[in-house]
Design a protein around this ligand. Structure first.
Ligand code: NAD
Ligand code: MG
Length: 394
């Protein structure tokens, strides 16, 4: 049975999905297809998965499809010939996809590669559903300034930030004492450091609760993901590090909490399925149905919480230090982490080397305040070159 959006009389919302072939992208497409009459697809983009992109384009009939890999232009064009869909390739094409006139843009490209298209969507004042946390971490102050200047609406997709967004009283900020981000603890929550040194990429990407892309799965295993999320929360909710607490919650049912000055703590709960936060942003400000399992608290029985262990998981401390330092430190953190995670996934370095390489990169690279997008790009590139040399030398 097809589900309907809250307001069937409203004209379809015109939507663009950047990174439509990824984990968040595919969940977004799933929701759009379940509410087909409520959405009109403007553009879809992918890096290299032509087959899936073609399949999505044939089903959803976007006006424009972009592939990041220039070599894949012809295969994509041939596969979609006769459909009337406009095709483009290369990094400029991703920006064009974001610039095209849609009401709503899902920013679900992974890594700093998503910054330029996300920024393009923000600059034209769109409603931007932000999954691509690395964009906000590498250029946080700049991106938030662009949001304010253009009047764009930034809706967090990351489950923790989406939870906070749902219970954060923006009208009475002074009543908010702190926010509490929950973390599952990842697959190695109970593992000692000796055993952690030998884990494989397959073990690291096998997340106990969530089914996600490879990069964020490894970040969840090192807890770098939670460190990045502290920085993400700092920008989204304008809070200092001291007001952003992290608690380990292995069941991933309480997605995050907001504590108020009167002692009240408000939380958003749900089964660990990204379609809930994505649906929240897709329908916003209305709520639309999502086909997730329903929360059955009696069946779950127990929800547990524990403090994070920063000795076994130093990424959390490192990310907080970067937030404190400012001046491009988060840019370097995120870029070096992308390179190191890739080095681990391709078996060039061990699991514990990931955070070591990020830390070494931060120690060696000269930091400067970031005044422009060019500054961000230059620092991001320098961090990649240096961390790649550590990966090769490991
Ligand atoms: P993924 O690896 O499954 O998908 C990434 C998407 O980005 C794909 O469509 C891919 O084609 C595209 N892409 C990758 N590199 C690109 C490049 N260089 N240029 C253009 N396109 C490129 O990743 P994901 O798990 O869907 O995560 C996407 C973003 O959402 C990440 O920033 C992640 O941190 C965030 N996020 C994901 C989840 C989740 O459940 N997967 C949850 C919270 C936040
Ligand atoms: Mg998250």
């Amino acid at each position: 049975m097809a589900m309907t959006a809250c307001n069937p009389a409203a004209p379809p919302r015109r939507v663009t999905v950047l990174g439509s072939t990824g984990s968040v992208g595919q969940n977004t497409i799933d929701l759009i297809e379940r509410h087909r009459e409520a959405y009109d697809v403007e553009a879809l983009t992918a890096r290299s998965n032509v087959d899936l992109l073609v399949e999505q384009a044939i089903r959803l009939r976007p006006r424009f499809v972009a592939i990041a890999e220039p070599d894949l232009y012809l295969p994509l064009k041939n596969a979609l010939s006769g459909t009337g869909i406009e095709i483009a390739a290369g990094s400029r094409a991703l920006v064009e996809a974001a610039e095209r006139p849609s009401d709503w843009v899902m920013a679900a490209i992974v890594g700093a590669a998503g910054l330029a298209p996300t920024l393009a969507a923000v600059r034209r004042g769109a409603i931007v559903a932000l999954a691509n946390k690395e964009a906000l971490i590498c250029a946080g102050s700049m991106l938030m300034a662009e949001v304010r200047a253009s009047g764009a609406t930034l809706l967090p997709v990351d489950s923790e930030h989406n939870a906070i967004f749902q219970v954060f009283d923006f009208e009475r900020r002074e009543a908010i004492e702190r926010i509490i981000l929950t973390a599952s603890g990842g697959p190695f929550r109970e593992l000692g450091l000796d055993a952690m040194a030998n884990v494989t990429p397959e073990q690291a990407v096998a997340h106990p609760n969530w089914d996600m892309g490879a990069k964020i799965s490894v970040d969840s295993a090192t807890l770098m993901n939670k460190g990045l999320e502290v920085i993400e929360a700092h920008h989204l909710f304008t809070l200092p590090s001291e007001q952003i607490e992290v608690v380990i919650h292995p069941q991933s049912v309480v997605h995050s909490l907001v504590a108020y000055v009167d002692g009240s703590v408000l939380a958003q709960l749900g089964p660990p399925d990204m379609r809930t936060p994505i649906a929240y942003t897709l329908g916003w400000p209305a709520r639309i149905a999502a086909p997730t399992s329903r929360l059955n608290l009696a069946e779950i029985g127990q929800l547990t919480f524990e403090a994070p262990d920063e000795t076994r998981f130093p990424a959390l401390r490192l990310a907080r230090e970067c937030l404190q330092i400012g001046d491009g430190a988060p840019t370097v953190l995120s870029a070096a982490n992308e390179v190191a995670v890739n080095g681990f996934l391709t078996r060039k370095i061990g699991f514990l080397d990931i955070v070591r390489i990020v830390e070494r990169t931060l120690e060696r690279i000269p930091l400067l305040p970031l005044g422009s997008l060019d500054d961000v790009t230059a620092l991001d590139k320098a961090a990649r070159v240096l961390s790649a040399s550590f990966v090769e030398g490991a």
